[in-house]
Structures are given as C-alpha cells and as structure tokens.
Design a protein around this ligand. Sequence first.
Ligand SMILES: *Cc1c(COP(=O)(O)O)cnc(C)c1O
Ligand SMILES: [Zn+2]
Length: 416
Amino acid sequence: MGRFKLKCLKCGREYGQEYRLTCENDDSFLRADYFEKRLELRNQPGIGRFHSWLPVQEEITTDAGPITYKSEAFARELGLSNLYIGFSGYWPERKAFTKTCSFKELEAHPTMQFLKETGGKALVLASAGNTGRAFAHVSALTGIDVYIVVPDSGVSNLWLPEEPTKSIHLISMSPGNDYTDAINLAGRISKLPGMVPEGGARNVARRDGMGTVMLDAAITIGKMPDHYFQAVGSGTGGISAWEAAIRLRADGRFGQKLPKLQLAQNLPFVPMYNAWQGKRREIIPELDMKYAKKQIEETYATVLTNRAPPYGVTGGLYDALVDTGGIMYAITREEALEAKALLESLEGIDILPPSAVATASLLKAVEAGNVGKDETILLNLAGGGYKRLKEDYTLYQIEPVAIAKNPDIPLEELKI
Ligand SMILES: *Cc1c(COP(=O)(O)O)cnc(C)c1O
Ligand SMILES: [Zn+2]
C-alpha cells in the first residue's frame, strides 16, 4: 500500500511512490501528496513521530528529532510574550538528541530510508559541512552506503559521535578545489551504476524531513505560529516550513493562516535578500552576488553561502515568500556575534553561526515592528549543541578513502 503520490506543482502530472527529483515535462518542484490528511502522531522518540507526512513506508525509529519550547529569559529580554524556540541539535536537558547538531539530520533520516525503500543502493552528495556529517551519521546507523565529496576545507567538519563505518565513502578534493568543484565531481559519481544523487531541495524526503520543525512547533503550541524565523542559504528550510504549514492548514486543527516567513542571509553574501528586495523572481548574478567568491570568503556563516539556491523555480523560496507575505533580512557578522552571545547566555545552549544569524534577524524584526509583542513567534535554531555534545561524546574524524585532484579526474583513478 502506498502512502503518498508525487505531484508536479506546475503541470500537475502525478507520479507514484518513486525516488524522483524532477518532472518529465518541466523543471518545477514535485510535492508529496500524502493520503493521510490529518497529522496522526506515531509512538516514536524522534522524527518518526511525524510519519503521517514523511515519504517513507516504515516508521523511522531514531531519537533524533526537532524539539520546541517556550522561551523565557530571551523572550523577556525582547519583550515578547509568545516566543517559541525550535531547536535541532544536541541538548539532552531538553530532550534534543540530534547528535550531528543541525536540522540536516532531519533530512538525512527520511532521505536514506526513502532511497532504500525505493530500491536505491548508494547515495551521492557534495557537502562542505553539516549535510555531509548528517548523512554520514545516518549511514553509520543504517549501513546504507553514502558517497560524500568535500572540498579540502570541509574535511574537518566531518566528524561523528560514533566510529565511522565502511558504508561511508568520503572523497576529499585537493586544496584549490572549491564547493562547486565538489558538486561537479559528485554529479559525475552519481551517474555510476547503483548511485543516486540526493537532489537537495528537489528531494521531497529532504523537504518533508525539515518540515517536521514546523509540525513539532504546531503540536507543542497548539496552533501554527504567526511568524517563522530562520537563516537561509538554499532556502530549503523555508520552503519546507511553508509546505508543512500548508498541510497543517488542510488538517484544520492548527489554524488557517500560514506563518509569515522571516528569513535571513549573512552579509556580504545575500543573493536571495537582494532579489527579494528587488521584487524579482530571478537572482541576477551581476546585481545580487557580484564578487561572489570574495563575498563568500568574508561570510561568517559559511553554510549560508549557496550560489544556486532554489529561489525562482516553481515551488521554490520566492513562491513561499509571496504566499506567506514574507520578509528577508541581511545580517552583518557583528550583529550575528552579538545575538549569539545574548542568546547563549540567556537560553544556556551554544548555537552554530547560521542560528546566530537567525537570532539577529529576530532582534531586527522586533526593532522594526515586524512582529507584535504578543504574537506567536517560532525561532528556528537549526543548529547547535556542539559544545554540549563534546561534554558527553568522543568525536571521530572520518578519513577520506580517496583524494581527487580535480573534478574531471577519471573515476577509475579514484578507486572508490
Ligand atoms: C543548512 C543550514 C541552514 C540553512 O538552511 P536552508 O537549507 O537554506 O534552509 C541554516 N542553519 C543551519 C544550522 C544549517 O545547517
Ligand atoms: Zn510538471
């Protein structure tokens, strides 16, 4: 028995329960249409609770999952009476057990299971950090093969809270290659027999995994929040929150108004912010990310520096912002660092740089009057608890199985 179908948001064409990233007619996103229209929580410790709206057959049993709680100290500081924090990371005191410390792990669990259940053998991805770590961890837990291509500068981000397994194939690239080179090499590897590309935002399992942050918030609060704050690089988290809210609206028990997306990028690299300010569906590189390479080098929250985000595509971030009356912010390094120190001291947990950017955007929104003092606000701290994790766990570095000199290297030379 199937649990969902895939539907193209542009032409309406429907597909069955298959690992599919694109429509045959156009380049629009596909969206999962679940047969369960009412969110029925399952008796699982983590993300598996939200099985109703995850594109997998079997319930996911991991204890990793989103948590939501009502902020007291930080909320008081801001003068807000209904501030909720969504946290993805490690914080056992709050029952947060996402040990790779970001919401990328919420994507990795359903994606790997979706792959396995649809007959895929091995997943291929390029990542400079949180995504690679999340998928490596799930590979270690499930034994499903994953091929991760990282630029040299990203290798140190690939640690695990357990001993790495043979199912993790880490391919690093020689110094001088950047993230784009890693993407190109991963693209070539994914065409080998048995290999499947993870697909980024095009993968419904990734989006619906991330969407559980919104679902958890709605369950905890009893309704959808009025506002949703997150820092974005690809925008996938924003799109996911929007799609989850559309499903909650159809469920009927959580309100009818979609949360306003209030999303932040980190200066000087802010292409989506620029395009949105210009009221454009298209990112124009000469206008919105001139000197991209230099800007990326200067950006504090490097996770947010995606050069080709799914912004203008049908079902992408532009559509999500339009549909929710969204707002975007551009945050400086100083604003982020200040917000980080404030939040960490008041809430008592360490957060990753992108979460500092999101926190800074909330401070700005309060100042600008973009939120009401008594409105219900969800601040998505999508990464944190790394320092907290190190108190409890030994971390293991993943060692590369091959080093690629350049993205065009003959694949037989790699011996992977
Ligand atoms: C990836 C990431 C983001 C940005 O997510 P989008 O894919 O752009 O929505 C924000 N915070 C953390 C911690 C991340 O790992
Ligand atoms: Zn289509």
